[in-house]
Ligand binder design. Structure first.
Ligand SMILES: N[C@@H](CCC(=O)N[C@@H](CS)C(=O)NCC(=O)O)C(=O)O
Length: 131
């Protein structure tokens, strides 16, 4: 029974994948444009951020869309198929749930931020241009 349910969701994910990716392309806004020196400053800050994600997870798509809108260069790590990324996420964050933003501080210590809404709020607070 468990196997059947797992196979059902796996098949559903495979069938929906192209539509999810198309939806991402269609709904992703243009990135904001910063002055070159300002973008360089932002790039330096996002150097210590990593997003663990699945390609076709709707919550990850939501976060990736915001990353694109804010023109952030954040490294994306596949935690669906890459065993090493999966185990780093599990060991570091404690749960194999995506999206998860790893925030590394100046001492090299990591904070693991789960929940798409919280990640988006964090990115907006830190990187939204002042109006
Ligand atoms: N409330 C969470 C939901 C995240 C969620 O359900 N992620 C799924 C993928 S879409 C997950 O990590 N599943 C674990 C797994 O499939 O192993 C959010 O908004 O980030």
């Amino acid at each position: 029974m468990r196997w059947t349910i797992r196979m059902f969701f796996r098949t559903l994910r495979i069938v929906l994948a192209p539509f999810m990716l198309l939806w991402e392309i269609v709904t992703t806004p243009k990135g904001i444009v910063r002055a070159a020196d300002e973008q360089q400053r932002v790039d330096a800050q996002t150097h210590n951020l990593v997003l663990y994600q699945f390609k076709t997870c709707p919550f990850c798509i939501k976060v990736r869309r915001e990353i694109r809108r804010l023109s952030l260069n954040i490294e994306l790590r596949d935690a669906q198929h890459d065993e090493q990324n999966r185990s780093v996420l599990l060991r570091g964050g404690g749960t194999l749930q995506v999206p998860c933003l790893q925030i590394v501080d100046e001492q090299g210590d990591s904070q693991w931020l789960y929940e798409s809404g919280k990640i988006i709020a964090y990115l907006q607070k830190r990187f939204s241009p002042a109006v």
